[in-house]
Design a protein around this ligand. Structure first.
Ligand code: PMT
Length: 221
């Protein structure tokens, strides 16, 4: 129907940060609040999709009507995504996934070493979730995000190609009042040949326009 254009479609959406444990009481993470990803999930439900929301730790209630898969680390998010994505029509990677995790998580709370003023932590690369989804034989229509502080267009287009994505939504996270943890955002969505500007607005309004662009490209694919 006109009001429910996504009826019959299964969307898998990642949202929020990941937490990479250092020891039982400490972790490495980032400033993602989950607001953008949760707004996309809510708008996709409103448009009729069946939605699985894979979320890192956030302080938000899951949108009504979607299936919530709560995870902490990038490896857990990776596993959940690769389990759900093969049966999905559309995959949207809005999570701010930690690129690196600790090479070894300490079993016990780490102690200060007397006389030692520096501590070196060794990190190893996490799997690239959205790139691995895009490599699936039965890959869904795959949409990534790009959070950049400079050269937004160039880095976003580079990620679109390198990760094998169908679309990428780029945001400049250096601008005050948008991006991480704000209620508003502005996006430029790139396909291989086109760009669509979604001007600054509430994340729910931006999410609504974003899913319209995704739905149009998905229908044409
Ligand atoms: O959560 P909010 O506070 O509302 O903020 C929203 C947001 C700024 C987090 C969001 O709009 C956004 O930009 N999300 C992507 C953040 C990010 O980590 O971007 P990136 O440029 O580092 O990653 C590029 C893409 O690869 C993203 O789709 C990311 O989900 C994905 N990725 C990255 C690393 C990794 N190991 N696996 C991934 O899937």
């Amino acid at each position: 129907t006109q009001e429910q254009p996504l009826l019959g479609q299964h969307w898998v959406i990642t949202a929020g940060p990941t937490r990479e444990a250092i020891d039982p009481v400490r972790y490495i993470s980032n400033h993602s609040s989950g607001k953008m990803g949760y707004a996309i999930a809510a708008q996709a439900v409103a448009a009729g999709a069946s939605v699985s929301l894979i979320s890192g730790p956030v302080n938000l209630a899951p949108p009504q009507g979607c299936e919530l898969i709560a995870v902490e680390s990038a490896q857990q998010m990776h596993q959940a995504a690769l389990t759900l994505a093969p049966k999905a029509n559309v995959f949207v990677a809005c999570a701010a996934v930690a690129d690196y995790r600790l090479a070894k998580v300490a079993d016990q709370k780490m102690k200060k070493t007397p006389g030692q003023d520096e501590l070196t932590l060794t990190l190893v690369k996490n799997p690239d979730i959205v790139a691995d989804v895009a490599k699936l034989a039965d890959k869904p229509f795959t949409v990534g995000f790009a959070a950049e502080t400079q050269d937004v267009e160039q880095y976003a287009k580079d990620k679109l190609a390198r990760k094998g994505l169908d679309l990428i939504a780029a945001n400049n996270v250096a601008i005050e009042g948008q991006g991480f943890n704000s209620d508003q955002n502005a996006l430029t969505v790139y396909s291989a040949n086109n760009a669509f500007d979604l001007p600054l607005g509430n994340k729910s309004a931006v999410a609504k326009q974003l899913i319209e662009i995704i739905a149009r490209h998905f229908d044409e694919s």
